[in-house]
Write a protein that binds this ligand. Structure first.
Ligand code: GCO
Ligand code: MG
Length: 402
């Protein structure tokens, strides 16, 4: 029997920080797991290096479920982003190894294809409505079938979701940037630019929008109602989702579909949302929700309640997560859509073998495992840099949800 011989924590910053776990077995097989928690990277690195790596050495790499239970129940302390991201990294690395040992891509181990490709949505944005419309046009031209649209609210510095360079990167400063927020101005402005997108592009393209946790339930209900005729694919994170009951109120008022879950890390955090059918899409993802093993458990529960998947896929999730997400997406029956922002060229210098993007869909690699390799030499050229996500303040100076 092969055993786990090494568990290395690799940190690199090719444009942004990534933490990666690499597990090596006594047979020489290696597996990669993403362990990136944007703005809190080193906490997960320490959890892995100081607390999980010593427990992995000598274990059977084939026992994925048992290792998951051992790390989760063995911690005694439950859930939470740091723990669940660390467990996810181990889990994904072990699936990668299992695929390599079997000579099969991971999606084959998960039951094989349920569909030909994975529908993705990209991020269009603009400092003005006109800029946003041009950006949507550029993405449509590239073949994307689903677009998330965000425009800067006039007069508010640093509106969420508006790209400055080629790729949206909110964790851009060595200390948290402070951005302004006004619910009134947002609610007055956002439905208008979403309407303009529909006017120009019609209903032949899926249109998404991220509220980014900023509204109260009744404000979210009003927003959802005001854009009903635009038939959004979804409104994302209308309220901070730790209050699962809040979604009941939103639901009572609007048929605009709701997606949430990118900051939630376990099946228990989305249980009520799913079993009471308070959402339409669950956005939990492999890297922050305990890996492939746990994410599939969430998605299976969701399938019973006609909730579909819509996993998070921002630039702060590494290409290892993209590959793992695509393996899950292509195989589960209740797939909805996958977020895909892509990465900087520097990121792809470190991570080789990312899923192929074609016709607005991602296609998994046919290489055994997840198909991603990590280039140590390239990684060494990009040392870790402290980076924080911004903080939002209302116009009176008080802290708001960012
Ligand atoms: C999204 C997300 C991201 C997050 C980011 C935080 O829907 O893509 O909301 O943009 O803000 O992942 O690290
Ligand atoms: Mg989001």
């Amino acid at each position: 029997m092969a055993t786990i011989e090494r568990a290395e924590v690799l940190i690199t910053s090719p444009g942004r920080n990534f933490v990666t776990l690499r597990i090596t077995t006594s047979d020489g097989a290696t597996g990669l797991g993403d362990a990136t928690l944007n703005g809190r990277e080193l906490a997960v690195a320490s959890y892995l290096r100081d607390h999980l790596a010593p427990l992995l050495i000598g274990r059977d790499p084939a026992r994925i479920e048992d290792t998951w239970q051992y790390l989760y129940k063995g911690a005694y302390w439950r859930r939470g982003p740091v723990t669940m991201t660390a467990i996810a990294a181990v889990d994904v690395a072990l699936w990668d190894i299992k695929g390599k040992v079997a000579g099969l891509p991971v999606y084959q181990l998960l039951g094989g294809r349920s569909r030909d490709g994975v529908l993705v949505y990209c991020h269009a944005s603009g400092a003005s409505t006109d800029e946003l419309l041009d950006d949507v046009a550029a993405y449509a031209e590239k073949g994307f079938k689903a677009v998330r649209a965000q425009a800067a609210v006039p007069g508010l510095s640093g509106s969420y979701g508006v790209r400055k360079g080629t790729i949206y990167e909110p964790a851009a400063t060595a200390l948290p940037d402070e951005q302004a927020w006004s619910t009134e101005e947002y609610l007055d402005f956002a439905p208008g630019y979403l309407g303009k997108v529909r006017e120009r592009f019609g209903f032949g393209i899926h249109l998404l929008h991220d509220v980014h946790h900023r509204l109260t339930p009744i404000e979210a209900a009003r927003f959802g109602k005001s854009v009903e005729d635009l038939r959004l694919f979804w409104m994302e994170d209308p309220t901070p989702a730790e209050n699962q009951e809040a979604f009941r109120l939103i639901r009572q008022h609007t048929t605009t579909p709701i997606a949430t879950g990118e900051v939630l890390t376990s099946i228990w955090d989305v249980q009520q949302l799913i079993t009471e059918q308070l959402i339409d899409y669950v956005r939990t993802t492999v890297v922050h929700a305990g890996g492939i093993t746990h994410l599939r458990r969430i998605f299976d529960l969701a399938a019973l309640y006609q909730v579909r998947t819509g996993s998070h896929g921002a630039t702060d999730l590494s290409p290892v997560t993209t590959a793992a997400a695509v393996a899950v997406d292509i195989s589960v029956p209740n797939f909805g859509i996958q977020e895909h922002m892509g990465h900087t060229p520097a990121t792809y210098e470190v991570f080789h073998g990312a899923p192929r993007l074609e016709g607005g869909m991602l296609h998994p690699s046919e290489a055994p495992g997840l198909g991603i390799t990590y280039d140590d030499e390239a990684a060494a050229r990009f040392p870790y840099e402290p980076r924080y996500l911004p903080v939002a303040r209302r116009l009176d100076g008080s802290v708001h949800d960012w």
